[in-house]
Design a protein around this ligand. Structure first.
Ligand code: DC
Length: 239
């Protein structure tokens, strides 16, 4: 039996990373980890504890104290409902919808640029990936968190496709938002994510590029299956 691997899926905002990663995990019987949800939950905590100002100035010392305090509210992933949907919780509160709101989307990249936050999240992710058999999506999984991941994919899509996808997702959740607002948020996040000092979003040298502008999820699954089959034939493992 060949051993399980880590699949790192990085890329720009709203390129469909989580949809693709979830499907890949389901196909392989792997665990899916949405690393952006951790940064979003920390952003919500920072707001609630008044550690981020209206103009996005962050109280880094306060944030460190909060993240490393014994009594901090625990962030967990739980499956809920008949369809086993994975939701993010802070203590016993389901914050899944709140962390996807535009308010949090507008601020999360500022929080994700803080070294103490990245260090905290990286520790959690490395523990979760220890036994392999995981698919993680994010911005720095293949470059910083798991630079030795056996398979790295870097996802992109046109700005228009990304904004339309995100708009539909947000409208379906009842958010009152326009295409232009969504596009502006995507571009702003891309800029901050690619220009931050600590672990910026960049394509790992050994990552495979997936531009899914013109692809359905089914097309993407065929695409990755071909890659995995080829690797199996070459003896590069997964179980
Ligand atoms: O994947 P997402 O859009 O939910 O991620 C939210 C933000 O979190 C994104 O704008 C950048 C940040 N992020 C990050 O810096 N590193 C990761 N591994 C995952 C997300």
């Amino acid at each position: 039996m060949i051993s399980p691997i880590i699949i790192a899926i990085d890329g720009y905002s709203s390129t469909g990373k989580s949809t693709f990663a979830k499907e890949v995990a389901r196909e392989l019987g792997y665990i899916y980890i949405d690393t952006g949800a951790l940064y979003r939950a920390i952003t919500l905590l920072a707001e609630r504890f008044s550690l981020i100002s209206p103009d996005n100035k962050i109280d880094e010392k306060g944030l460190r104290t909060l993240l490393y305090s014994e009594s901090r509210p625990q962030i967990t992933f739980r499956t809920i409902g008949p369809n086993n949907l994975c939701h993010t919780f802070i203590a016993e509160e389901d914050v899944e919808n709140e962390i996807r709101s535009l308010k949090i989307s507008d601020r999360v990249s500022y929080i994700a640029a803080i070294p103490v936050v990245r260090e905290f999240v990286d520790q959690i992710l490395r523990k979760l990936g220890k036994s392999k058999g995981v698919v993680m999506d994010g911005r720095d999984i293949g470059t910083a968190v798991f630079p030795d991941a056996e398979l790295k994919i870097f996802m992109t899509a046109s700005d228009e496709v990304r904004a339309k996808r995100r708009l539909n997702e947000m409208l379906s959740k009842g958010e009152d938002i326009t295409y232009d607002e969504v596009l502006k948020n995507l571009k702003a996040r891309d800029y901050i994510d690619t220009h931050r000092e600590h672990h910026p979003l960049t394509m790992a040298e050994d990552a495979i590029l997936l531009d899914n502008s013109e692809m359905t999820v089914a097309d993407q699954l065929v695409w990755i299956k071909n890659i995995l089959d080829k690797r199996d034939n070459e003896g590069i493992g997964r179980s």
